[in-house]
Design a protein around this ligand. Structure first.
Ligand SMILES: Cc1ncc(C[n+]2csc(CCOP(=O)(O)OP(=O)(O)O)c2C)c(N)n1
Length: 286
């Protein structure tokens, strides 16, 4: 059956997101290593993008030429991308349990050369994914003259990488209104709060000054997420010549009480007992 890429109600999206979160927990406990916090915190964004009708894509035809591109620049958050792709039908859910195993297509960071359907490029060295994504948007708009859109998600700690700013400067200079930059603003990074490690604030003023139409949303509110993505799509349709930045305020570890807003969960998996508890909470949450 063809993939149903329709808009969904907040209730439907909540169910989709809870299923993705459960898959993330199952993958991580099986792998015994990997990142819990960022993937759980950005799941609601993925539900809207991939299973809520925003991305134009065909899971049964992953290399469809007319597809929009999504690049996870914060490659360490790969579990949420993998779980979303499997739930959309790109590959089987059983394969999720091979995360980080020897010879798997589900490497700790996305690898284009693994052949996993839905992975547009390798990423994980912070600041590089977004640079590649801007290059894709440039070639789509300036060379191919196609109406494809490119989305890329960076973390907020990732904004400390100088190359992020080189990339977005280019997006603005080349008037890439087909480029949507999503910033996961959970205020956490690997070893602390953003403003304690190296402040990147104010993020909205920086995005504005780099020439982006900048929208700040609650990254767990489906209506607000739809509103922001719709504005990007309108910007592109109207040819505003401005790229769009969506600053999504999220909580690291969202959906699991003992991980909630705790940077300590940036890069570790749950133990077996913790996973059991997390799954219980996530069963109750949809
Ligand atoms: C160039 C580079 N430097 C360092 C790292 C190691 N690293 C991986 S994730 C991370 C923190 C990123 O913070 P943030 O983007 O806020 O992600 P979150 O903690 O919210 O998952 C670091 C330093 C990396 N992957 N690439």
């Amino acid at each position: 059956m063809a993939f149903d890429n329709r808009r969904r109600t907040p209730e439907e999206l909540a169910e989709v997101a809870a299923e993705i979160r459960r898959d993330i927990i199952k993958m991580l406990v099986e792998a015994g290593s990997g990142h819990s916090g960022g993937p759980l915190g950005t799941t609601d964004i993925y539900a809207v993008l991939y299973l809520g009708g925003i991305l134009r894509h065909r899971p049964e035809e992953p290399n469809w030429a007319g597809r929009d591109r999504y690049v996870l620049s914060a490659g360490h958050m790969a579990p949420v991308l993998y779980a979303t792709l499997a739930n959309a039908g790109y590959f089987s859910k059983e394969e999720l349990l091979t995360l980080r195993k020897y010879n798997t297509r589900l490497q700790g960071h996305p690898g284009r050369d693994t052949g996993l359907p839905g992975i547009e490029t390798s990423s994980g060295s912070l600041g590089q994914g977004i640079s590649i994504a801007v290059g894709m948007a440039m070639s789509d708009k300036l060379l191919d003259k196609s109406d494809r859109r490119v989305f890329s998600l960076t973390g907020d700690g990732e904004l400390q990488e100088g190359s992020v700013w080189e990339a977005v400067m280019a997006a603005s200079h080349y008037k890439l209104d087909n480029f949507c930059w999503i910033i996961d603003n959970n205020d956490c990074q690997i070893d602390g709060r953003i403003d304690e490690v190296m402040s990147v604030y104010p993020i909205d003023a920086k995005c504005e000054s780099f020439g982006f139409d900048t929208i700040t949303v609650d990254g767990h509110n489906f209506d607000e997420l739809y509103g922001a993505f719709d504005r990007f799509i309108e910007n592109h349709r109207n040819g505003t010549g401005k790229p769009t930045a969506i600053i999504a305020k999220t909580y690291m570890g969202k959906g699991v009480s003992f991980m909630h807003d705790k940077f300590e969960w940036h890069g570790k998996p749950p133990s077996a007992a913790e996973a059991e508890l997390a799954l219980k909470e996530l069963m109750a949450s949809n």
